[in-house]
Design a protein around this ligand. Sequence first.
Ligand code: GLU
Length: 291
Amino acid sequence: MPVFRFAPSPNGQLHLGHALSALLNSDRAREASGRFLLRIEDIDAARCTPQFEADIYRDLAWLGLRWEEPVRRQSEHLPEYEAALSRLTDMGLVYPAFLTRGEVKARVAAVEQAGGTWPRDPDGTPLYPEDDRHRSDKERRDLMSQGLRHAFRLDMQKALELIDGDLFWTETGGSPDPESGTARILADPSRWGDVILSRSDAASSYHLSVTVDDAAQGITHVVRGLDLFEATAVHRVLQVLLDLPEPIYQHHRLILGPDGRKLSKSGASTGLATLRDQGLDLGDIRRLVGL
Ligand code: GLU
């Protein structure tokens, strides 16, 4: 049976972009006589709050959505992400990364100020420098025993050597034309460099937890915004390494603000709570998001 999910993070108010995603998932689940699940992506304890989570349930109920209970909350599944991380570590694909964000930024700025270029990932974030990838086990142990804060990163090059062969995912209608058919997309995970798998202040990263969760919940169809299209390459790598099933993907158009940019959670004018307070109803919201 097809299984869909909407997976918001409770770190701000839902806006029209979330409404489109949630409604599309629920519509597609209904059309396919499938299931519709809700997942709360609250791995980032510093930014997620119980109030935002309560607001998500209220906003989605207002949109007329019904989801299965219990809702999966990432903060309740940390051992599963840790197990996935250990498995990748045992495969020799994980290394501790000691540079702080500030140190990386300074390194990049120095190169760019000297007229050089620093490689960036599809989101525009500078790739992590190579130093930590090449350390010996002894060096790693020494640095860790000094209590130096560190994240864990995936050695992407090594991971891709292990996979040996091209990676693809199946993209179905909606990207960019809702009428378009199904295509096999060639994934290029190396553009993301050595992605983070866990941080000193968060037990898992977005990439690792979303991959583990989609498999744990038996998700067959991932319907989400085009801003996550490129990230799918990383999810495919993790799925193959961890022997997890491959869902079908649909990356839908984004709702843009008057400035032509993707909506942000702080842009109150398109927040669902604000629109509800202004007296709009579900029909208005569906029209506003083009459904
Ligand atoms: N939690 C992510 C977000 O709010 C969505 C993750 C996903 O759909 O894969 O942007």
